[in-house]
Design a protein around this ligand. Structure first.
Ligand SMILES: Cc1ncc(C[n+]2csc(CCOP(=O)(O)OP(=O)(O)O)c2C)c(N)n1
Length: 278
């Protein structure tokens, strides 16, 4: 069912708060990755608020939905969304990357706060997601498994082994959303190692695959609804995004892949976000 206007407003408002939290967390930690999660905030918030069945109430239910962040370095946004869901205390966000915090610089599996798998080493995520989706099917659960990935992670060969097996076994309860921003740690993805057209690639591997504007929450929601309705194949949503979205001096800049803003940059970034508050 299509989102109501109130739901669309709520998702946009929450995505804005996620962006603020990402900047606060990386600034406080004095290290981390701000660019990716700023770019992913719109589709991640749509997924977490409107689709994924993960909450305090079903946290320990075996049949609940699962999520794996393949591009684990973008975890600041993931943690901010876990806080939005009430699974992580807001105070804890400010201990991001600190000794003893469950919110490390890459996700660490933690059943108490709903982190389903440890990631950071690119390439493993989709294989694990396929396994979880198959396990759910064997158990007769209606679990859906969502996996986030990226153009950079799509350079890893293991992704394509997983894509082959997911289609072979007709894993219809699996959806991957790829953050396609054409930027990676070393620069412009098309210059570093061009992964080319991922919709065509996933289609050729036997998946249901679509391109979507990753900042258009209505389009992302529609793509997630369509993916839910495709039962005989896994689904790939190629979300075209702008790294650093919302902060003009971070947008499209590989330099903001993994650097914390200094105090002045932080103030400027927060002011820009505030001026554009939905
Ligand atoms: C197996 C592996 N190789 C290399 C790295 C180092 N690394 C960290 S992030 C990154 C680039 C990933 O690209 P992408 O996710 O597209 O980056 P973003 O859009 O967030 O800039 C690389 C190569 C890694 N984490 N894992």
């Amino acid at each position: 069912m299509a989102l109501t206007n109130a739901q669309i407003d709520q998702i946009r408002g929450t995505a804005h708060e996620v962006r603020e939290d990402v900047l606060r967390m990386v600034h406080a930690a004095k290290c981390g990755h701000p660019g990716g999660p700023l770019g992913m905030a719109d589709f991640m918030t749509t997924l977490f608020l409107a689709h994924m069945r993960l909450s305090k109430d079903n946290l320990h239910a075996p049949e609940r939905d699962r999520f794996i962040l393949g591009n684990g370095h973008t975890c600041a946004g993931y943690y901010a969304l876990l806080a939005q869901k009430g699974l992580v205390a807001r105070d804890e966000l400010m201990r991001f990357r600190k000794m003893g915090s469950p919110l490390q610089g890459h996700p660490h599996r933690n059943a108490e706060i709903g982190i389903d798998f440890s990631t950071g080493s690119l390439g493993n995520s989709l294989s694990v997601a396929v396994g979880m989706a198959l396990a759910a099917r064997l158990n007769g659960w209606d679990t859906r498994v969502f996996s986030a990935s990226s153009d950079g992670e799509s350079q890893e060969g293991q992704i394509w082994e997983a894509a082959t097996s997911a289609a072979h076994y007709g894993v219809g309860n699996l959806t991957v959303i790829v953050d396609f921003n054409n930027i990676q740690i070393d620069g412009v993805m098309r210059e570093v190692m061009d992964v080319r057209d991922l919709r065509e690639k996933y289609t050729a591997f036997g998946w249901h695959a679509v391109d979507v504007d990753g900042h258009d929450v209505v389009a992302v929601d529609q793509a997630l609804c369509d993916a839910r309705d495709v039962l005989d194949r896994p689904s790939a949503i190629i979300a075209h995004t702008t790294i650093g979205k919302g902060v003009s001096f971070m947008e499209n800049q590989a330099g903001w892949h993994g650097v914390a803003p200094n105090d002045e940059q932080f103030e400027n970034a927060m002011a820009e976000l505030a001026a554009a508050k939905p």
